[in-house]
Design a protein around this ligand. Structure first.
Ligand code: ATP
Length: 244
């Protein structure tokens, strides 16, 4: 760690009159697992989409892997798993991987090698000939993760990767995240599961478009005198009992 993978400075994005992201700044180090936490509507997805250029911010700067965004040369080094399922339901797992390989410019033997590795990594080898539309929700999330990781990205962005995923599979996903991070891959993710967020190296807490704080999860618990991360986040985002 210690080298910058992502720098966000004074990022701002509005939809009409609504300011979704209100001048936020933070930095993610190379190899970190960094969590973006906060209630529904806090601005997490807007931030993520602004980072990778799916949305054009109103102002501010995003530097990803040393390059000022938007820069399509960087996108080949980035893996993105959106909140919604971005796979073809009427294609098999393998065919979806093939589709993504075309976008990443991977073909021939390299594609075959990466396909095998990634299917093993996410445990989908025996489901590779199945139509994605016929898989369970959890297996679809695994297929989604496989497509995001196919091209061995240096920076992975995962928007609520474990929604609808059973506890066993969630634990397995986190095993994968840690393995990637130990290999130097940087991971930026959002989640509403605080028992998962505790596994992040650092988290940024967002509320109403602003960053309330950035810290290691354990440090947040201690600083707010909370019994767990959930309580710490509730306190930091201004939740008081009986009122939201
Ligand atoms: P969640 O946890 O529910 O996914 P979030 O933190 O990712 O929420 P965003 O999806 O970034 O939050 O939304 C931030 C704010 O911007 C919300 O008030 C939302 O209603 C609004 N918003 C998001 N997308 C649009 C859009 N395309 N048009 C108008 N408003 C939008």
């Amino acid at each position: 760690m210690g080298r910058e993978a992502l720098l966000i400075e004074n990022l701002r994005k509005s939809y009409g009159n609504l300011t979704a992201v209100d001048g936020i700044s933070f930095k993610v180090e190379k190899g970190e697992i960094f969590g973006l936490l906060g209630p529904n509507g806090a601005g997490k997805t807007t931030t993520i989409k602004s980072i990778i250029g799916l949305l054009r911010p109103d102002s501010g700067e995003v530097r990803l892997l040393g390059r000022r965004m938007p820069d399509k040369n960087v996108l080949g080094k980035v893996g993105y798993m959106p909140q919604e399922l971005a796979l073809y339901l009427n294609l098999t797992v393998e065919e979806n991987l093939k589709f993504y390989s075309g976008m990443y410019g991977i073909s021939g033997e390299l594609f075959e090698k990466r396909k095998k590795e990634i299917l093993e990594f996410v445990g989908l080898e025996r489901f590779k000939k199945r139509l994605v539309g016929e898989l369970s929700g959890g297996l679809q999330r695994r297929a989604s993760l496989a497509c995001a990781l196919l091209h061995e990205p240096e920076f992975v962005i995962l928007d609520e990767p474990t929604v609808g995923v059973d506890p066993h599979l969630r634990a397995s996903f986190w095993g994968h995240f840690r393995e990637l991070s130990e290999g130097g891959v940087t991971i930026l993710l959002t989640t509403h599961y605080m028992d998962e967020a505790i596994n992040c190296d650092r988290v940024a807490i967002m509320s109403e478009g602003r960053i309330v704080t950035v810290s290691a999860p354990q440090q947040l618990i201690e600083e707010t005198h909370s019994k767990n991360l959930e309580e710490a986040v509730l306190k930091l985002t201004g939740y008081t009992e009986g009122r939201k």
